[in-house]
Design a protein around this ligand. Structure first.
Ligand SMILES: Nc1ncnc2c1ncn2[C@@H]1O[C@H](COP(=O)(O)OP(=O)(O)O)[C@@H](O)[C@H]1O
Ligand SMILES: [Mg+2]
Length: 269
């Protein structure tokens, strides 16, 4: 095992957590061994697509050091506590509730120093001490790699399924390969690889420009024995439209190839 859960999860109320988790529906971890590959973008847009299709969806950000889920949702909400003192996720869209450590901070530049045991308690609290409504889907955005946050969530949620985000960049391939090895050691279930930035759609002519050879991710799929479940194009126009509308791209640019590919992936969950 990459870390010793026995020691780290002492004091966690297992029974309460199991009861809370049972209400969260299908649970997916958006994982990568690498930063900047699109985890948060994919988590937000999958959650939005599922909610738009009529599901009740929870979106949890366990990236405690770089929580940017709220920014990716274009929200500045602060967290509130319910009457019973439990955290209340923010309903960001009908049927979509989000919780991120970013909601705990008072300004953009503020940060919290988190150390191992505190991180584990915070993540347990996000599950057990939070008034999640009964959900169909629970999507978890994670920091890169297999640190305390990711290993804690794998340890706490037994029926969690990971989606592994990768790009064709050779360094991403190396880091994601290591990440998959750790996930497997931690006995996490993995649905498959999501190749992001698979080709770049030219904003001027709409043609797809090659980025990395498709063999890079295909070889990773062979080595890790995982299927490639989606290939998402790089789509600067769709992300610019999201930026100017201040809404996730599946809402701001629903007809873009990227939004369509994300919706297709959501339908597989
Ligand atoms: N398919 C894509 N097309 C265009 N831009 C993308 C795509 N996926 C991600 N991005 C951009 O790349 C940057 C990093 O994405 P992000 O989701 O924050 O990655 P991570 O959470 O893995 O660190 C963001 O600016 C995001 O808008
Ligand atoms: Mg992120």
């Amino acid at each position: 095992m990459p870390t010793t859960f026995g020691d780290l999860s002492r004091g966690i109320k297992r029974k309460e957590i199991d009861e809370a988790i049972a209400r969260l529906g299908r649970k997916y971890l958006i994982f990568s061994g690498k930063g900047g590959v699109g985890k948060t973008t994919i988590a937000v847009n999958l959650a939005w697509s599922l909610a738009k299709a009529g599901n009740r969806v929870g979106l949890l950000d366990i990236d405690l050091h770089g929580p940017d889920l709220a920014a990716a949702l274009y929200l500045t909400a602060r967290l509130t506590a319910g009457e019973d003192g439990r955290l209340l996720p923010v309903e960001v869209f009908p049927g979509l509730w989000a919780l991120t450590a970013q909601y705990l901070l008072s300004s953009d530049g503020e940060a919290v120093i988190w150390r191992g045991p505190r991180k584990i308690r915070a993540i347990a609290q996000f599950l057990e001490d939070t008034a999640w409504p009964k959900l169909d889907y629970f999507i978890i955005d994670s920091p890169p790699g297999t640190g305390d946050e990711t290993l804690t969530i794998i340890n706490l949620i037994k029926d969690l399924t990971a989606l592994v985000v990768v790009t064709g960049h050779p360094l991403a391939i190396i880091d994601v390969h290591k990440g998959v090895t750790c996930l497997k050691q931690a006995k996490a279930k993995i649905l498959g690889l999501v190749e992001n930035q698979a080709g770049l759609i030219c904003p001027a002519c709409g043609e797809t420009i090659a980025t990395y050879p498709p063999e890079n991710v295909q070889n990773l799929a062979l080595k890790t024995d995982l299927p490639i479940i989606a290939r998402l194009p790089g789509d600067p126009k769709a992300t610019l439209m999201a930026e100017s509308a201040q809404r996730p791209l599946v809402a701001a640019a629903p007809a873009s190839l990227l939004a369509l590919a994300l919706q297709e992936l959501a339908a597989k969950l």
